[in-house]
Design a protein. Structure first.
Length: 215
């Protein structure tokens, strides 16, 4: 995230129970891709580089949109809200990953229109509990019939990611294929003598449940 400061702006309004984006806000899939690229989807990440949480806020930028404390210690719903707030102030500009992913701007970018918590509830974190991690000996689900590659987002990828948590990967289950997912796929392929293409196809899918654990 770029280290550009803007004046702090007071947050106005009370939380509302709304689960859909405003007509011009980015889709939830765009936010999921952004989080996965920025932080592997981890809301509590703090690697010591001065950037925190799912959206990799630095403290100055976090505070500029009304954030209190440290971003990685805030709830997912709060981080989602501040991310939408920042987007409405500056569009995708603060996030390098948005440019890398080619995320398009839309009608709410840079409008300076302060969102409500209800408007940000659709984004993805929302304080929802993490999905359960499949047990190591659990039944193998059917292969979805799609070969997944870098940049894809799908429910089948979420199933694979949660399965790999049984081997200590710590996926949040975003269902989007980026660096961490590719690392897991390649490790699984190499452990099971599958061509290390990075493509998640039927052989790699089967190996996740019935093959040798990744090294």
């Amino acid at each position: 995230m770029a280290r550009i400061l803007i004046p702090a702006i007071a947050v106005i309004g009370l939380p509302l129970a709304v689960s859909a984006p405003a007509s011009a806000d980015p889709a939830s899939t765009a936010w999921a891709k952004l989080r996965m690229c920025e932080s592997s989807g981890r809301y509590n990440i703090n690697t010591g580089n001065g950037y925190f949480g799912a959206y990799q806020f630095n403290l100055a930028t976090w505070q500029s949109v009304g954030g209190q404390g440290r971003p990685d210690l805030a709830s997912p719903a709060e981080q989602d809200y501040r991310a939408l707030y920042l987007y409405r102030m500056r569009g995708w500009q603060p996030w390098q990953c948005a440019s890398m992913l080619g995320l398009p701007a839309d009608g709410d970018a840079r409008t300076k229109r302060i969102p409500t918590y209800g408007e940000s509830a659709y984004i993805g974190g929302g304080g929802q509990p993490s999905p359960p991690v499949p047990a190591p000996g659990g039944p193998k689900p059917a292969w979805p019939g799609v070969v997944y590659d870098y940049g894809a987002c799908a429910e089948g990828l979420k199933t694979f990611q949660l399965r790999m948590n049984a081997y200590g990967y710590g996926f949040a289950g975003t269902g989007c294929y980026y660096e961490k997912t590719r690392d897991a796929v390649l490790a699984l392929q190499r452990a099971n003598d599958i061509k290390d293409s990075g493509l998640l196809g039927p052989k790699t899918w089967d190996a996740a449940w019935s093959g040798k654990p990744p090294r």
